[in-house]
Design a protein around this ligand. Structure first.
Ligand code: ADQ
Length: 466
């Protein structure tokens, strides 16, 4: 079988403790089954960037540094100040500059040069996420005809928003140089098809001829999942550890948990407001529920993130100032990461999982929370209807995160939900998790991308991959 070349902004090297979100877990099965090379940014910034190759069993990891201007223009600039907000439906937060765009394109060219050094003719290339949209185009320009797939981990907005991005006319159609485009939900895939129909006049049924030569690009939906049964076992074991027991013992009454990177897309400020309304309307719960919000900081160099950090601090401080007593604080706000095991145990200990992003590609926290529950006495998941996970999790308490009163009412419903109902909902949610277990995710994508599919010719071109 051909090698799989994985390319993403950050690389998770085993035993080095790097945590690029859920990507490491998502790619675990692929890394185990195939011979892989995983290439990306080392996380280091310096004037004379180097590239390092680390062998680990049959796989290898190629990490390359960024120059200071690359870090500013590519990472903090175009990727996180333009693509991230626009793709999360936040046109108001996008700050476009031509300099950042050219930095973004330059780093993509550099990544393409690095890939070229190791790419064999039969290798399959799998590119991840919004940082690397033009990578296939850069590889095609270097004469490479390998199968190249792209998976977008974040949402794709409707064309009405996407077209507000300066230079979208060049960037978005460059996705046509991939053989397969994977999205988290059917809604994202449909938004992309609508963009193509509107902007390029491509027929909007999902068989697309775009890009160079006679290649047919296809699009499909591949919802990211978690390692369900393994996570359940981990949560069960972790619940018994001294660490989790201490957390449990330190909390009078019910525990409600939120776990997110500190990011405006996650809706943490409005979520706190919802909890405040719940406490105001339900005085009987004061002293009997604690909301633990675990939120490691991210992208702090970007102004919008620093502002949001201040807003979250202020909201948590206000609620604690208003409602705390000597023996109880309503909010416990923690700015640090925890191990996966510790998180699993805390999820299991929590009576309510509060996951209310304003917009999210999938949201793995919602899935981890469900996987962690005790099926005989499960907690209740409150989930934003704007998380990709809501497509699969119809039995969660689905809420509109823009409506703090409704989220507050959902908290009241969750803490009083009878056990039978909790068990019934959990059964359905768990079944949904198993249907899209992460162990099958990589295979589904690679199978759809692989050369065996190409040989089947026209028939494949006419089908939507799912
Ligand atoms: P993220 O925006 O990073 O991912 P999410 O899907 O919630 O969001 O994944 C976060 C991961 O980080 C989870 O596995 C979670 O356990 C972990 N994490 C969060 N806080 C932590 C903490 N304090 N300590 C340790 N670990 C923590 C992007 C997209 C999502 C999409 C994923 C995967 O934005 O929509 O679901 O990629 O495709």
């Amino acid at each position: 079988m051909a090698r799989v070349i994985l390319i993403s902004n950050r690389v998770a090297i085993p035993k080095r403790g790097t945590h690029p979100g859920g990507l490491e877990v998502a790619l675990k099965a692929t890394l185990n089954k195939h011979t892989c090379v995983w290439l990306g940014w080392s996380g280091e910034v310096n004037e004379s960037p180097g590239t390092q190759t680390i062998a680990e069993g049959k796989n290898s990891y190629v990490i390359t540094d960024l120059r200071p201007e690359d870090f500013d223009e590519y990472y903090n600039g175009f990727a996180n100040r333009v693509l991230w907000p626009i793709f999360h439906y936040r046109l108001d937060l996008a700050e476009f500059s031509r300099r950042d765009l050219s930095g973004y394109l330059r780093v993509n060219e550099r990544f393409a040069d690095e890939v070229l050094k190791l790419l064999g003719p039969d290798d399959i290339v799998w590119v991840h996420d919004y940082h690397l949209i033009p990578l296939a185009k850069a590889l095609r320009a270097r004469g490479r005809h390998n199968r190249i797939g792209f998976f977008l981990h974040i949402p794709l907005p409707p064309p009405e928003s996407l077209t507000a991005m300066p230079n979208h006319e060049a960037l978005i159609p460059s996705l046509g140089d991939y053989d397969l485009l994977g999205f988290q939900t059917d809604g994202d895939a449909a938004n992309f098809a609508r963009y193509l129909a509107k902007e390029l006049g491509t027929p909007s049924h999902m068989s697309l001829r775009l890009g160079t030569g006679d290649r047919a690009m296809r699009i499909g939906t591949f919802p990211v999942g978690v390692e369900t049964r393994e996570f359940t076992r981990m949560a069960r074991r972790s619940m018994k550890t001294t660490f989790v027991q201490r957390v449990v013992d330190s909390i009078p009454g019910f525990l409600m948990i939120g776990v997110d990177r500190l990011d405006y897309s996650k809706g943490i400020t409005l979520r706190l407001e919802a909890y405040e309304r719940f406490l105001a309307a339900h005085s009987e719960w004061r002293g009997r529920i604690t909301y633990l919000q675990i939120t490691p900081k991210s992208r702090s160099q970007i102004k919008e993130y620093a502002e949001m950090e201040a807003a979250v601090n202020a909201a948590a401080g206000r609620i604690n100032g208003t409602y705390s007593e000597a023996s109880w604080s309503p909010v416990r706000y923690v700015n640090r990461p925890y191990s996966r095991t510790a998180l699993a145990g805390m999820y299991r200990a929590a009576h309510v999982g509060l996951v209310t992003p304003m917009r999210d590609g999938m949201n793995l926290v919602a899935k981890e929370y469900v996987a962690a529950q005790d099926p005989d006495d499960p907690g209740v998941l409150i989930l934003s209807r704007f998380a990709g996970a809501a497509d699969e999790f119809r039995e969660a308490l689905l809420v509109n995160p823009y409506d703090p009163d409704a989220v507050g009412a959902a908290i009241a419903r969750a803490v009083t939900m009878p056990r039978e109902e909790r068990m019934g909902r959990h059964r359905e949610l768990y079944a949904a998790l198993l249907r899209n277990d992460i162990s099958k995710w990589g295979d589904k994508f690679l199978k759809a991308l692989g050369p065996q599919e190409r040989e089947r010719g026209e028939r494949i071109r006419d089908s939507l991959v799912s």
